[in-house]
Design a protein around this ligand. Structure first.
Ligand code: ATP
Ligand code: MG
Length: 378
């Protein structure tokens, strides 16, 4: 899509020293609309910026969300400078001419639309999915590095932008209520999957209990640890920067690690219907775990290390539950392409869960051995 006058007017609200040459819409994101704006800067150089329209259906308080992102990115930038780290370019929020982090316009329906701007991470690429061990290793490493940089961040400064995001138990209780309501008459068609969830409902409690009992520390978490949220160097495929910070919140590092493995090491896409293709790819699990532990091993508590394998299981249960719940509610949260899309996604996660359960002894042993190896080296 070529630049429209409307988007140009929005972008001009940002405090950028130059003139817009071109704007291209990158139609990749599921959540936000992303544009790349190229500028001729006043010093005659050419520079690119990322402009994103915030999805206010998902993120209802855009200023609160931007406060988290500004705090986190400033913290990481200061720490990188302090450490003399030139390898990892930092994500920076560009303010508008009134020093605010959002450009706001009112659309023709009278609704406010919010846009933000970032520096563009150059010579970089993000993959929607990958089975390449090096890319998955670097993805694990990028999220480990992100957590490490924020290890001493004062957590009380961070807002919880989506309440109970990973409270698996609350999600399970809401699911039971939604089955009773059955607003779309879909419960009968999903009965096999519902029974599966109920039989596996012990999964809902294990990590939430440890958090409530104070046995697992609360850290800064990313909450969307997918391969496409890491910018890698186009040539070397080394990790550069973690992006997509909308869901940065206080939480448990276990969910980030577990979801990273779940999303990067499944052998198939989340909506693969042929369940024979859905299983945990052990090579990719090992790569992600190695990358993550290469950064985070010295900082993890014993309880965290002992529950990393469990976290992969719990998060897979949680996502399957969310897909199934959305199917029952009439597909109001996840975008669907056909009527049974969310039901197929739920089946996919439940198959993955069964495979993870089978491989649990190996998963736990691998994590523990790698952890010991990495801590010994330090
Ligand atoms: N600062 C940046 N520099 C370079 N490219 C970027 C930057 N921010 C985003 N992108 C590109 O735009 C894509 C979408 O960005 P982002 O992940 O923030 O949006 P999203 O809508 O939340 O996406 P999704 O829901 O798919 O995770 C990224 O995968 C990346 O390719
Ligand atoms: Mg993204």
């Amino acid at each position: 899509m070529k630049m429209t006058e409307e988007i140009k007017k929005i972008i001009e609200q940002f405090n950028i020293d130059g003139n817009i040459l071109d704007v291209v819409c990158k139609n990749v994101g599921n959540i936000n609309q992303t544009y790349v704006a190229t500028y001729k800067m006043n010093d005659n150089s050419t520079k690119r910026f990322i402009i994103q329209k915030i999805n206010t259906t998902v993120f209802k308080e855009p200023y609160k969300l931007m406060k988290n992102i500004e705090n986190i990115t400033n913290w990481i930038e200061k720490k990188s400078i302090f450490k003399g780290d030139l390898k990892h370019p930092c994500l920076k929020v560009i303010l508008n001419k009134n020093k605010k982090p959002l450009a706001v316009i009112t659309d023709k329906n009278g609704e406010k639309q919010y846009y933000r701007a970032y520096n563009c991470i150059e010579n970089a690429i993000s993959y929607d999915n990958s089975q390449d061990r090096k890319i998955i290793y670097n993805t694990g490493r990028a999220f480990g590095h992100f957590q490490k940089m924020l290890i001493d961040y004062p957590i009380r400064r961070l807002e919880e932008t989506i309440t109970d995001f990973h409270n698996t138990q609350t999600r399970y209780e809401n699911f039971l209520k939604d089955i009773e309501r059955d607003v779309c008459n879909r419960v009968f068609d999903a009965s096999k999957e519902i029974v599966f969830v109920i039989k596996n409902s012990d999964c809902a409690r294990s990590i939430t209990d440890l958090i409530e009992e104070g046995k697992i520390p609360i850290r800064v978490t990313h909450n969307d640890t997918k391969v496409n949220n890491v910018m890698l160097d186009k040539d070397t495929k080394e990790y550069l920067t973690v992006i997509d910070l909308d869901t940065v919140m206080p939480g448990s590092s276990l969910y980030d690690y577990g979801d990273g493995v779940r999303s990067c090491a499944s052998n198939a896409l989340e909506d693969e219907k042929d369940l024979d293709k859905v299983f945990l790819n052990t090579q990719l699990f090992e790569s992600y775990t190695n990358g993550y532990l290469d950064e985070m091993a010295p900082y993890l508590t014993e309880a965290e290390v002992c529950n990393m394998g469990e976290a992969i299981k719990i998060i897979t249960f949680e996502l399957g539950l969310r897909f199934l719940n959305d199917y029952i509610n009439g597909d109001t949260y996840f975008k669907t392409d056909y009527e049974l899309h969310n039901l197929y996604r739920a089946r996919n996660q439940f198959k993955l869960l069964l495979d993870i359960k089978d491989k649990m002894p190996y998963i736990n042993e691998y994590i523990l051995n790698k952890y010991k190896e990495k801590v010994k080296k330090i």
